[in-house]
Design a protein around this ligand. Sequence first.
Ligand code: SF4
Length: 170
Amino acid sequence: MKDLHDCWLRVAGREEESIVDGPGLRYVLFTQGCPRRCPGCHNPETLDPNGGVLVRLDAILNHILKNPLIHRVTFSGGEPFMQAAELIPLAEELAGRGYHLMAYSGYTYEELVEDPCKKALLELMDILADGPFIEEEKTLERPFIGSKNQRLLDVKASLKEGRPVLWQAE
Ligand code: SF4
């Protein structure tokens, strides 16, 4: 496992306690940079790949660990999978400590599994909210997603079955 002290991630921001970015009380890390340009993007300030700030992974980890109420973490953006290689050491550390992990992505599940590095990050997730935001399909009716084309997927079941499996609330 990599030393988190030597790894850096370009970060747009964080939400220390959220109940709207996945099930349960979650720490949300917003990564900086997204190659998509979805009209109506909810976080336009996170798109510039040179924006945000570089933060060391051990600092992010320590910030998450200091809140004893947090056992769930969401990676949002921006596009978290644009920095898949940088995120993997942090996700490995959190998964190893039993944290429930979720990621948002403008890529679909099918696109992510085609790329070895993106797939390696995906394999550490429990839930994936996938697909770009499509303004014409905007919905406020489904929790945790912005447009009807987006899916909440059970990542472990999807990888096991080799097809996207929808996440079912417990
Ligand atoms: S994928 Fe998400 S962050 Fe990227 S442009 Fe689309 S809505 Fe914005």
